[in-house]
Design a protein around this ligand. Structure first.
Ligand SMILES: Nc1ncnc2c1ncn2[C@@H]1O[C@H](COP(=O)(O)OP(=O)(O)OP(=O)(O)O)[C@@H](O)[C@H]1O
Length: 290
């Protein structure tokens, strides 16, 4: 074998594997909950997933298959019944400031203003910073999500999208090495969603793409636009990883342009086929009845 051939082989990514230093290692994780009657309900089973430092990975799958459960195990909010999760070399035993989380249900403190919701998180994670530095950080992140003019409102006075943007500003402000996003843009309109994608990628670029981002989404286009890899889960109970799809589209990606690339169409097709069983309805013989 020629040296050139060997270099080619070494540079070829192995599907489902990563060549970067490992950031998140989910090892043989099974998560079961107490069922309402007797016994247990196993949500996810034997999950193995290695995510490289600075990788963006999206998790997709049908509703109820266990995406949030898996995310909660990485965040430390749920303890695996079997197996373990390692983040940056440390076994996860609970939530920590190294992992910023945005949930689908906002999780803002209702008695604190938008500003205070972000400030309190920054204060807790960065006690060494001066009050001025913390205030600047909060202002910068609220401006990023276009909420600075609403900073004195309470969560109860915000729309769903505004609440979600506050939660996003809070997660970005604490600048964690791992960002865990559970359907963070689900409540946003298409235009705001598109601008949040750009902000997310800007944040990632700002740190020389060293921040690891794991995101749950139902949106195939969003997953392709953002990800290095898309993890497709099988249906539950006892859901596993069905397939990991590599997204080998060049970066920076332009939303308008990438959709015309053959690689985009291939990967979109692959994900649709993995997720959707019926692409049309059988309507033969059905007649219109006024
Ligand atoms: N604390 C819990 N106790 C009992 N069952 C739970 C608990 N949390 C999750 N489950 C169950 O585990 C399964 C997976 O739930 P999970 O929320 O992880 O799904 P999901 O894929 O994130 O769903 P969605 O896309 O609808 O948000 C579901 O059947 C759910 O009812």
């Amino acid at each position: 074998m020629t040296p050139d051939k060997l270099v080619d082989i070494l540079n070829t990514p192995i599907p489902g594997k990563t060549r970067r230093p490992v950031s998140i290692d989910v090892k043989d994780v099974t998560i079961s909950f107490k069922a309402s009657g007797k016994g247990v309900f196993t949500a996810v089973k034997d999950i193995n997933l290695s995510i490289g430092k600075g990788e963006i990975v999206c998790i997709i799958g049908h509703s109820g298959c266990g995406k949030s459960t898996l995310m909660n195990a990485i965040s430390g909010m749920v303890k695996p019944s079997q197996g373990e999760v390692i983040v940056d070399g440390n076994r996860v035993t609970g939530p920590g400031p190294d992992r910023g989380i945005v949930f689908q249900n906002y999780s803002l403190l209702p008695w604190l203003t938008v500003y205070k919701n972000v400030y309190e998180a920054v204060d807790a994670v960065m006690p060494g910073k001066s009050a001025k530095e913390k205030a600047e950080l909060v202002a910068e992140n609220l401006k990023m999500v276009n909420l600075y003019q609403h900073k004195d409102k309470l969560p109860g006075q915000l729309s769903g999208g505004m609440k979600q943007r506050t939660a996003i500003a809070r997660a970005f402000a604490i600048n964690p090495s791992v960002l865990l996003l559970d359907e963070p843009f689900g409540a946003l309109d298409a235009l705001t969603k598109a601008s949040m994608h750009i902000e997310l990628l800007k944040l990632w670029n700002l740190d020389h793409r060293s921040k690891t981002i794991v995101m749950v989404t139902h949106d195939i286009e969003e997953a392709i636009f953002l990800s290095d890899r898309v993890v497709v889960m099988s249906d539950g109970p006892a859901a596993t990883i069905r397939e990991i799809v590599d997204i080998n589209l060049p970066r920076p990606r332009n939303k308008k342009d990438i959709v015309h690339l053959p690689e985009y169409m291939d990967v979109h097709d692959r994900l649709l086929n993995l997720l959707i069983k019926n692409f049309s309805i059988e309507d033969e013989g059905v007649e219109y009845q006024p």
